[in-house]
Design a protein around this ligand. Sequence first.
Ligand SMILES: N[C@@H](CCC(=O)N[C@@H](CS)C(=O)NCC(=O)O)C(=O)O
Length: 231
Amino acid sequence: MTIRLYDLAGAEDERRFSPYCWRIKMALAHKGLEFETMPWRFTEKDAIAFSGQGAVPVLVDGPRTVSDSWRIALYLDEAYPERPPLMDSEQARGAIFVFKQWSERNIHPAVFQVILLDLFAHLHNKDKAYFRESREKRFGTTLEAYGSDRTGALAKFHKALDPVRPLLIEQPFIGGRSPSFADYILFGAFQWARVMSPTHLLEPDDPVYIWRERMLDIHGGIARRALGFAV
Ligand SMILES: N[C@@H](CCC(=O)N[C@@H](CS)C(=O)NCC(=O)O)C(=O)O
């Protein structure tokens, strides 16, 4: 039975922007697993109520339902050990978990601040009021105020990427000669931006730009083919 993934969509069904869902689509492609995606909006909580929580990604693999991108990645390695691993050892898993925490605390907030107003513009109408209310409560200010300093946010984002650059000069992927789940974690944030915002985040001579080009092309170019803006 084909794996099914509930995947956050914007105004159009094909505008798939969740950084966490992108991690999993890349992970499924990495493992060579067939999957179908179901477009899902923030306000369609009923559609994923069977998973016992209210966020995507939600993966359904036959009788198994798994939510949370980290738990899904662990599940895929455990359920499909004969396919290329996302994390090839206990040691790698520990380091990638720390990398995930670092990305979510440093990269995600910076990207979000850069793309917020474009992201809001490309949400489905049915999600706009929910998104505004929930995020304004979270940030303690209006979306417009939070997203106003794009230049400052972009500078913060560039600085936040500093720890990754020396590694990507030495090797093509964070995982080494081939990508690991760490690559998909960081790349998810870039797809989030590319799908929702025309803002150019990186200069072509940046090692992170060169890495992102590789990531856009791997696995048959599933990420580059996705609806979004030119990078
Ligand atoms: N820790 C979760 C985070 C998932 C998450 O926050 N997903 C967002 C979409 S990017 C969501 O579904 N949010 C629901 C909401 O805001 O109501 C994971 O790694 O999967």
